[in-house]
Design a protein around this ligand. Structure first.
Ligand code: TXA
Ligand code: MG
Length: 322
C-alpha cells in the first residue's frame, strides 16, 4: 500500500448510497454492512479496483473473493446456475450463503476475483440498503470481510475504521451486523456439494434442503478455498478453548447461564445459551478482550451444532498456532 487516503464514515442512507455508487464507479473502495460482517467492496469488473482490495487488506492474491449481487438474476451472466443452485438460492437468498459455481467464460468479472480458479463465489446479501447499493451500481461488487488479512472480521463500522482507516474511501455505517459470522460457503462444482466454510446458514439446513449429503472438505479443497488456512481470524491474545476453569490473569469468553468464576475480565456471548446471539457478538467480544491487553482468553465450550459450528470454526482458527 502506498499513500494513505482520506477515509470518510457516513450513516447509511440514500445520499450515502449515491456517494458510494460514485466512488465504486471510479474504482474506489467502499466498506458496507451485510447481515454477516462488514465487506470491503470494489467494482468486481474493474481489475485495478479489485487489486486495491488485496493491497488494502494485505491479502495473499491466491485467495479468491466473493461477488455480491442485488438478486439472483443479476448473477446469471457470470456463473452457470444449475438446479441445485436454484433450490438453495430460493430457500436462502437473500442471506448468509455463498455459492461457488463454475464461472462463465464470457463473464466480465475480473479474473482476480477467481484467483486463478475456474470458479466464482457469488452471494445475495440480506440487508435492503446493501441490495439498493448493488442495484444502483448495477455491477457485481467483490467484497471480502473488511479487515486486514488474518484479523478478526468487523461487525461494526468502528471495527472497520480500526482496520482500514486510510485505505478505503468510504465506510457506510449501518450499525452492528445481525448474524455476526461470515456466510456459509458451499461448492457446487463437483458431483456432491462440499461445505467449504461453516457460517450463517448451517450445514444441517443445507443438507436437509438438498436431500443429499454435504461433504466436509478434504486436504485438497483447503488449497482451492484458502479461507480455510488454519490460522485466520487471529486476535493478538492467545486463545485457550474448551476451558473448564479460569485463572485470575486470564480473560473469559463465557457462554451460557453458568459462567466460570474468577477471570480478570469476562464477556458472556449469551447468558441464555442462544447460539444466534453468541454468533452476533463473537467478533466484537474477541476484539474487546484483545484490546484489554490480557495475554490469554479462556473460552468456554460452545455446542457444536447449527451456528455453533461456525462459531467453533472461527475460534479454532483464532486459537491456531501462527
Ligand atoms: O459473509 C461473508 O461471506 C463476507 C461478506 C462481506 O459477504 N465476506 C467474506 O469474504 O467473508 P472473505 O473474502 O473474507 O471470505 C471468502 C471465502 C474465503 O474463504 C475464500 O477462500 C472463499 O470464500 N472463496 C471465494 N471464492 C472462492 C472460490 N472461487 N472457490 C473456493 N472458495 C472461494
Ligand atoms: Mg475474511
Amino acid at each position: 500500500m502506498k499513500d494513505l487516503i482520506q477515509t470518510r464514515v457516513l450513516q447509511l442512507d440514500r445520499e450515502a448510497i449515491d456517494e458510494a455508487v460514485a466512488i465504486l464507479r471510479n474504482g474506489g473502495l467502499v466498506a458496507f454492512p451485510t447481515e454477516t460482517v462488514y465487506g470491503l467492496g470494489a467494482d468486481a469488473t474493474n481489475d485495478s479496483a479489485v487489486a486495491r482490495i488485496f493491497s488494502a487488506k494485505g491479502r495473499p492474491s491466491f485467495n479468491p473473493l466473493i461477488c455480491h449481487y442485488p438478486d439472483t438474476e443479476a448473477l446469471l451472466p457470470d456463473v452457470y446456475f444449475d438446479a441445485r443452485a436454484q433450490v438453495l438460492a430460493k430457500a436462502f437468498w437473500p442471506g448468509a450463503l455463498t455459492l461457488v459455481l463454475p464461472r462463465r467464460p464470457e463473464s466480465r468479472v475480473s479474473l482476480l476475483c477467481s484467483a486463478g480458479l475456474s470458479s466464482l463465489a457469488v452471494r445475495v446479501p440480506a440487508p435492503q440498503p446493501a441490495r439498493d447499493l448493488l442495484a444502483r451500481l448495477a455491477r457485481p461488487v467483490a467484497a471480502p470481510s473488511a479487515n486486514r488479512s488474518g484479523k478478526v472480521s468487523p461487525t461494526r463500522a468502528e471495527h472497520v475504521v480500526e482496520e482500514l482507516e486510510g485505505r478505503v474511501e468510504l465506510i457506510l455505517d449501518g450499525g452492528p451486523c445481525p448474524v455476526g459470522v461470515e456466510s456459509t460457503v458451499i461448492s457446487l462444482l463437483g458431483e456432491q456439494p462440499v461445505l467449504l466454510r461453516p457460517g450463517g446458514i448451517s450445514g444441517e439446513q443445507l443438507a436437509e434442503l438438498l436431500g443429499e449429503e454435504v461433504l466436509q472438505p478434504d486436504a485438497s479443497t483447503a488449497i482451492t478455498s484458502p479461507g480455510m488456512l488454519s490460522s485466520h481470524y487471529a486476535p493478538n491474545s492467545r486463545l485457550r478453548l474448551n476451558a473448564t476453569h479460569v485463572s485470575p490473569e486470564e480473560a473469559l469468553l463465557a457462554f451460557g447461564p453458568k459462567p466460570l468464576i474468577g477471570a480478570k475480565r469476562e464477556i458472556n456471548l449469551s447468558p441464555e445459551g442462544d447460539l444466534q446471539e453468541a454468533a452476533a457478538r463473537l467478533f466484537a467480544a474477541l476484539r474487546e478482550l484483545d484490546a484489554a491487553g490480557i495475554t490469554t482468553i479462556a473460552v468456554m465450550p460452545i455446542p457444536d451444532q447449527g451456528l455453533g459450528r461456525a462459531i467453533n470454526d472461527r475460534l479454532q482458527r483464532a486459537a491456531a498456532p501462527r
